[in-house]
Write a protein that binds this ligand. Structure first.
Ligand SMILES: Nc1ncnc2c1ncn2[C@@H]1O[C@H](COP(=O)(O)OP(=O)(O)OP(=O)(O)O)[C@@H](O)[C@H]1O
Ligand SMILES: [Mg+2]
Length: 459
């Protein structure tokens, strides 16, 4: 590829970044990988910014030194004058091999192109996935999850409010190759509100910690101290059974006109919720068996609170068992349903607080999250600020893009700014899970999508 017509000369004073005072006539753009040759060393660099001025200026970062046996990403050196050349595909392959980037999710949009790969080992961090409606988040997330399920042993739990992932265990008719073959052998469970016996999505009230029970019953420990206290004492009595066993007990104990806690349970109609496990298996039991992937089809409950109950039951359980240090990746599509700063019901706040806690402290226990949403302001800032990986798809709002820039300093601003021009299925990946910040066109899915958009009927 003829990228340069005149030699382009770079300089690095700090051994971390480089500048080019005049790159006029060259085709290096933000996102291009380059090789810098100086002082008999070859270093790999990334152009992060190309000015619109005359002469054209470039700024970039040094990624590592090219050695005979790979790329040493811990070494980079200052130089006064280095020649800048386009990188070849073999060097990119070398970079992927040395960093352990194995999950092929798409093709690189910047030269020299070739496969775009993510580092499976860096899903041991939290990931934020952002893009406007229709940008292709859910589809792209599916591509990444297929790779993770096929090529790692990391159990994944998918919070799926729109039934988008309920067919993750099937393969498209044309799906071929090692990933498809590996997927065919994986244990993928789909739990649904009205699933067949053994695959119902259920939670057990009595397993929940007291504050979560209180949140479901909208009980405040101070404002509702009598009822809350009744619940505290019932904790000891009710070691077995279900929520429905509470009522007769309360009625037996109470004098006319019935215990207020019984009235509350009846008035809230929580016993009519289909989410309670009864004799069925609870979501915590299924996830505890550590299938390769568990899809929680949250959308089909008769009331919105029930998806919060499922989320809370599972998050509480994982948190309580955190010392077991058994890794799991919690994938939360439409994360604003569970993590928005604007949620204010007691139950939603309880879920969000648990997510905040996992965001802040879960990493070292192997509780890792991937949250996907349309705008950064829809997820609590305390959660976003804990995310070390970013996937950004098309987003047109300058305000939202500006906000992202403040959280994700490791993503070059010039690449974030290109987001309004992304096509559907194009993404910027930045952070530890990618060898260098990369613009990527996602690969096709191997498994069928679940609920797709409804089309306009045409005559
Ligand atoms: N890379 C792609 N290749 C082919 N089709 C795609 C691709 N990405 C998205 N689509 C299609 O575009 C539609 C919208 O994509 P998707 O549901 O992933 O968007 P989204 O960003 O999750 O939107 P929302 O925020 O509304 O959930 C879907 O019907 C999907 O099949
Ligand atoms: Mg979506």
């Amino acid at each position: 590829m003829d990228t340069t017509s005149a030699p382009v000369t770079a300089r690095s004073d700090d051994g971390r970044s480089f500048v080019v005072a005049d790159a006029s006539g060259s085709a290096f753009v933000a996102g291009s990988l380059v090789i810098v040759t100086a002082d008999e060393r070859r270093q790999l660099g990334l152009v992060e910014e190309r000015s619109e001025t005359s002469p054209v200026r470039l700024r970039g970062r040094l990624i590592g030194e090219l050695a005979a046996d790979g790329i040493d990403t811990r070494a980079s050196h200052a130089f006064e004058s280095g020649a800048l050349d386009p990188v070849d595909e073999a060097t990119v392959e070398q970079l992927h091999a040395t960093t352990g980037a194995e999950l092929e999710v798409g093709v690189n949009l910047t030269p020299p192109g070739g496969p775009a790969r993510l580092l499976p080992k860096r899903f041991n961090r939290h990931t934020f996935w952002c893009g406007q409606s229709g940008s292709g988040k859910t589809y792209a997330l599916g591509v990444v999850l297929e790779q993770l399920v096929a090529h790692t042993a990391l159990p994944i739990v998918i919070f799926d409010p729109n039934s988008d992932f309920v067919r993750l265990g099937e393969l498209n008719a044309d799906a071929k190759g090692p990933t498809a073959e590996a997927l065919a052998g994986r244990d993928i469970r789909v739990l649904r509100p009205h699933g067949r016996p053994g695959s119902e999505l259920r939670a057990r009230f009595l397993d929940l910690p007291l504050p979560s029970k209180a949140a479901i019953l909208r009980l405040d420990p101070v404002a509702d101290r009598a009822e809350y206290n009744a619940l505290v004492h019932l904790q000891d009595v009710l070691r077995q059974g279900e929520l429905e066993d509470l009522l007769p007990m309360l009625r037996n104990r109470a004098t006319e006109p019935g215990h207020p806690l019984a009235q509350r349970i009846e008035n809230l109609a929580v016993l009519e919720w289909e989410v309670w496990a009864g004799e069925a298996t609870a979501v915590t039991d299924v996830v505890g068996e550590r299938p390769d992937a568990t899809v929680l089809d949250l959308g089909g409950f008769s009331t919105p609170e029930q998806q919060l109950v499922v989320a809370l039951a599972l998050l509480d359980d994982l948190w309580e068992r955190r010392e077991e240090r058994r890794p799991v990746l919690l994938v939360i599509d439409e994360a604003h349903n569970l993590a928005s700063p604007n949620l204010d019901s007691a139950l939603a706040v309880a879920v969000r607080e648990r997510l905040l806690q996992i965001a802040a402290e879960g990493r070292k226990f192997g509780l890792w999250m991937l949250l996907s949403t349309q705008r950064p302001s829809k997820v609590h800032p305390g959660i976003i600020s804990q995310c070390d990986n970013l996937a950004l798809m098309k987003m047109s709002s300058p305000v939202d893009l500006g906000e992202l820039g403040t959280y994700f300093g490791y993503a070059p601003a010039a690449l974030i700014e290109r987001s309004p021009w992304f096509r559907q299925g194009e993404a910027l990946f930045a952070g530890g899970f990618v060898p260098t910040p990369s613009l990527v066109k996602m690969n096709p899915r191997l498994t069928p999508e679940g609920g797709t958009d409804v089309g306009v009927p045409l005559r």
